[in-house]
Design a protein around this ligand. Structure first.
Ligand SMILES: *Cc1c(COP(=O)(O)O)cnc(C)c1O
Length: 404
């Protein structure tokens, strides 16, 4: 059987660092994916929010093709005509001054750590090698050895030490804990406005505002990791806009590449970003014209198609529908914009089992931490598509209930 064959082959030659659902995909268009047997699925995961514009959006594919035929990669050894327009657009949207173009989300986080430390030494006057960065428990900032050094998840860290020092984790959503954790050596607080991989954890209202005030009062940088929450996912261009604040630094990735390429950014206030001098960071592929052209078009689409507003409106509808589902398995439904997590009670059914059953009925999503099912459709999903996805979820819960 072809599906089993591909799975077996992949399992032989590819690291087992994921536990994929047993479908073998070969095609995508808009909100839909197809497997090699021709079965069609609604995509409610969108590659962990990297496919916010749907699969192979015609405008993005057109720009990709055109730029691929024009100039793809001359390196940062030279100026190009694609980098400034993309950064100007990202700065204008975010209200920040400068950015460094990178490829993956975790690279932007690595730069955030470097920039924060450099600012700590050169501006704040922290003694050499003493800079501390505060992070939140259950954070997800990527998989490099430094990013996992400040993770609190044991499966991300097991047998990968020794770890990078200089980080301190505090409970997420607790502004008072931040105030207590700050010392004269603290250079930054690095946090996701909504914790994605932890299970779409939405902090109490006013948290970011309070965090902003505490950081300002204590001369500590506020760096927001919006690799997943940014670019319309929560119903605004950036999650920080829900509380009317401005961060000092911001990481973007995932959807920035239009679901076609890895493109990420660290953006910051000029006072901080200008501390990065020639030689302090680099990336062979970072800022390549191909990625810049696609990212520019992705940002344009976000604005022109008002996908932030769509996300707010359809997201409110999705959350309301999810909250209306009555099932003994559901512990909590939470989310913002087109981004929701349904947490199941432990020890009844696993979130994975629900995801497998949903896939059999034509809806793809993935659990996180065994108990949370995430819903992150494309931001241009139709209401009919969304209804189909939620209907299937509801049906699957009812079926499991009947059989248990
Ligand atoms: C996905 C993610 C990252 C890492 O991005 P990669 O492109 O996988 O390196 C970092 N931070 C957050 C909040 C993420 O969701």
């Amino acid at each position: 059987m072809p599906t089993k064959g591909y799975i077996a082959r992949e399992n032989v030659v590819c690291f087992h660092t994921y536990e994929p659902l047993p479908v073998v995909l070969c095609k995508g268009k808009g909100s839909w994916l197809w497997d090699i047997e021709g079965k069609k699925y609604l995509d409610m995961l969108t590659a962990y929010s990297a496919v916010s514009f749907g699969h192979s959006h015609p405008r993005l594919v057109k720009v990709l093709n055109h730029q691929a035929e024009t100039l793809a990669l001359p390196s940062r050894a030279f100026f190009t005509d694609q980098l400034a327009p993309m950064l100007e657009k990202a700065c204008a949207l975010s209200g920040l001054d400068m950015g460094i173009p990178l490829n993956t989300g975790v690279e932007a986080v690595e730069v955030a750590v470097k920039v924060a430390r450099r600012w700590g030494y050169e501006v704040k006057g922290i003694p050499e090698n003493k800079a501390e960065i505060i992070v939140a428990e259950n954070n997800f900032h990527g998989r490099t050895t430094t990013a996992i050094s400040f993770s609190t998840e044991s499966s991300y860290k097991k047998d990968f030490g020794p770890f990078t020092p200089g980080f301190k984790a505090i409970p997420f959503g607790d502004a008072k804990a931040l105030e207590r954790a700050i010392t004269p050596h603290t250079c930054a607080f690095l946090v996701e406005p909504i914790q994605g991989e932890a299970g779409i954890i939405v902090p109490p209202k006013g948290y970011l505002k309070e965090v902003r005030q505490i950081c300002t009062k204590n001369n500590v940088l506020l760096i927001l990791d919006e690799v997943q929450s940014g670019l319309g996912r929560t119903g605004k261009y950036f999650a920080f806009q829900h509380e009317g604040i401005q961060p000092d630094g911001l990481t973007l990735g995932k959807a920035l590449g239009g679901g076609l390429l890895p493109v990420s950014l660290f953006l910051g206030r000029r006072e901080i970003t200008s501390l990065m001098t020639p030689g302090s960071h680099g990336s062979t592929f970072g800022g390549n014209p191909l990625g810049c052209a696609v990212a520019y078009e992705a940002l344009s689409l976000l604005v022109e198609e008002k996908l932030d507003q769509r996300s707010a409106e359809l997201g409110a509808y999705m959350l309301e529908r999810l909250k209306k589902i009555t099932s003994p398995f559901i512990k909590e439904v939470r989310g913002l914009g087109l981004w929701a997590g349904v947490e199941l009670h432990k020890n009844h059914i696993t979130a994975r089992k629900v995801c497998v059953k949903m896939s059999e009925k034509g809806v793809l999503t993935k659990d996180t931490h065994g108990t949370v099912i995430r819903f992150a459709p494309p931001l241009n999903v139709t209401q009919e598509e969304l209804d189909f996805g939620i209907d299937v979820f509801e049906e699957v819960l009812k079926e499991i209930e009947r059989k248990s």
